[in-house]
Design a protein around this ligand. Structure first.
Ligand SMILES: *[C@@H]1O[C@H](CO)[C@@H](O)[C@H](O)[C@H]1NC(C)=O
Ligand SMILES: *[C@@H]1O[C@H](CO)[C@@H](O)[C@H](O)[C@H]1NC(C)=O
Ligand SMILES: *[C@@H]1O[C@H](CO)[C@@H](O)[C@H](O)[C@H]1NC(C)=O
Ligand SMILES: *[C@@H]1O[C@H](CO)[C@@H](O)[C@H](O)[C@H]1NC(C)=O
Ligand SMILES: *[C@@H]1O[C@H](CO)[C@@H](O)[C@H](O)[C@H]1NC(C)=O
Ligand SMILES: *[C@@H]1O[C@H](CO)[C@@H](O)[C@H](O)[C@H]1NC(C)=O
Length: 431
């Protein structure tokens, strides 16, 4: 497999590789309402690179896909309407984590990408031009395409009528997608969800679509949360495994049962113009014990411009609005001491000698999230280079948005509780 395709995101390219199921010794069953979450580089994942790539290359490629994802967040703010599945918007996906989902009767297993900032469920279906692994709807006795007049069809903007079937076109990263609006039984862990509505992909160009589809965990209409309202009450939590201990899986726990009862939480904020995103109120950042000086405007929530702070499972490295990043970085460098700083790709605080790093605490209303070095530093395989794995948002590309990304969330349980409008965070060693 050739990996140096500069215009393509690394992840997108990986998902083009022929996909199989999970590797045999990882094939334990999901229990109750809890699904295992695998990193795409996990030995369990069929999507991991077949040949070793260098650490520097991995870092660069992850930054490139982050850049594309930030562009996607930018595109969301221009939309006036609430957008469920289809629209002309640019969506992009960095499918860092995958879930095992069973679809149809009898069930067919697909390894779908998990995305907390997207509402859509999109699945490559039989007859698809440009897909590799497909769900074969003909073999399912419970599969059905929605008719043009169906209520669900009205929830999809720009839907068209292909014969009598409700269908839609959308762009997705560098890809275009043509899909039918379909339904079937979806089994999440051991919970069957009958008549689940999703986009059944019939044609795709480019390589942006995860090869076995994606499952959006956003909160808009037609999302998983809306469709499983009575079962899961728009409540879920997840723990993402570290990409350094690849043999482990994290978990996605659906519904209010079994959630940590005393977890610290912060209010969830709602932005009608970016309805699927999970916004929170970041009020300050500490480096070690010191609260750094950040202009209030860098942290303020503004539904009109899209400014504020979100939790996202698909961005790899946390981005901070430039003045916030600069303040954090300068204090971090000061704490580390008088050492030579180098840069690597988008990271500007790298060291070639061992360092003692301070913690960094994101202070939200009601909740402090203190990050230890494991969530802050990336080390080269040889151990010779260490970088602070945070970056500034770039001018023009979601430059007003702070994104708490997956590397910083690893080994934490993140609880999304929509009915009580709160997001919880607690440390949990899931890898
Ligand atoms: C999608 O809809 C078209 C009609 O527009 C139909 O011919 C095709 O079989 C449908 N695909 C699937 C997988 O049902
Ligand atoms: C949607 O895409 C299909 C397949 O590429 C194309 O034939 C059709 O004209 C498109 N429909 C619209 C409304 O753009
Ligand atoms: C699912 O859809 C089928 C066919 O449209 C219908 O007969 C059935 O009642 C629906 N089941 C549920 C639980 O909504
Ligand atoms: C992961 O599992 C493989 C195969 O079971 C084993 O060879 C390897 O040492 C494990 N790696 C770690 C970091 O535990
Ligand atoms: C930092 O280190 C350099 C070279 O080792 C030295 O010249 C400089 O005085 C030091 N600065 C401080 C503030 O310690
Ligand atoms: C967060 O940390 C700040 C400063 O250390 C402290 O004043 C505040 O009470 C903490 N908040 C919570 C909810 O623990």
């Amino acid at each position: 497999m050739k990996l140096c395709v500069l215009s393509l995101s690394f992840f997108f390219f990986l998902f083009l590789s022929i996909a199989y199921g999970l590797n045999a010794n990882c094939d334990t069953q999901d229990q109750d309402s809890t699904l295992q979450v695998f990193h795409i580089f996990s030995p369990c994942s069929p999507f991991r690179p077949s040949k070793a790539i260098s650490w520097e290359e991995t870092v660069m490629e992850m930054q490139r896909s982050d850049q594309a994802r930030l562009q996607y967040f930018s595109s969301l703010v221009a939309k006036k309407s609430i957008v469920p599945i289809a629209s002309g918007r640019q969506t992009i996906q960095s499918p860092t984590y995958i879930l095992r989902i069973r679809i149809g009767t009898p069930p067919q297993t697909m390894l779908m990408a998990m995305d907390t900032s997207n509402d859509a469920a999109l699945l490559p279906c039989n007859g698809c031009l440009g897909c590799s692994t497909v769900f074969n709807s003909v073999k399912s006795t419970t599969f059905k395409n929605h008719a043009c007049g169906a209520a669900q069809c009205h929830q999809v903007p720009l839907s068209t009528c292909g014969g009598s079937v409700c269908s839609f076109n959308m762009s997705y990263g560098g890809s275009t997608i043509a899909a039918n609006l379909s339904q079937d039984t979806v089994t999440l862990a051991t919970d069957p969800v009958p008549n689940y509505t999703f986009g059944c992909i019939q044609k795709t160009t480019g390589s942006s679509v995860p090869s076995q589809g994606l499952l959006g965990l956003g909160r808009g209409p037609l999302s998983l949360l809306s469709q499983t309202q009575t079962l899961y009450h728009s409540t879920f939590s997840y723990c993402l495994p570290s990409f350094r201990s690849l043999n482990f899986s994290g978990s996605l726990r659906l519904g209010p049962t079994g959630q940590p009862p005393r977890i610290k939480t912060t209010p969830l904020l709602k932005n009608p113009r970016r309805s699927s995103l999970y916004y929170v109120n970041l009020i300050g950042i500490k480096v070690g014990r010191k609260k750094v000086d950040i202009p209030a405007s860098a942290l303020a929530f503004n539904p009109t411009t899209g400014a504020g702070t979100i939790f996202d499972s698909g961005t790899v490295y946390t981005r901070l609005v430039a003045p916030a990043y600069t303040a954090v970085r300068d204090e971090f460098r000061k704490r580390v001491g008088n050492l030579t700083v180098t840069s690597l790709g988008g990271f500007d605080t790298c060291y070639s000698v061992p360092i003692v790093a301070p913690t960094i605490t994101f202070m939200f209303s009601g909740l402090n999230m203190t990050l230890l070095p494991d969530n802050l530093l990336i080390h080269s395989t040889a151990g010779s280079t260490t970088c602070l794995a945070l970056a500034a948002s770039e001018i023009g590309v979601s430059s007003e948005l702070n994104v708490i990304a997956n590397m910083q969330q690893q080994n934490h349980r993140v609880l999304i509780d929509v009915p009580n409008s709160r997001l919880g965070v607690a440390r949990e060693q899931c890898s």
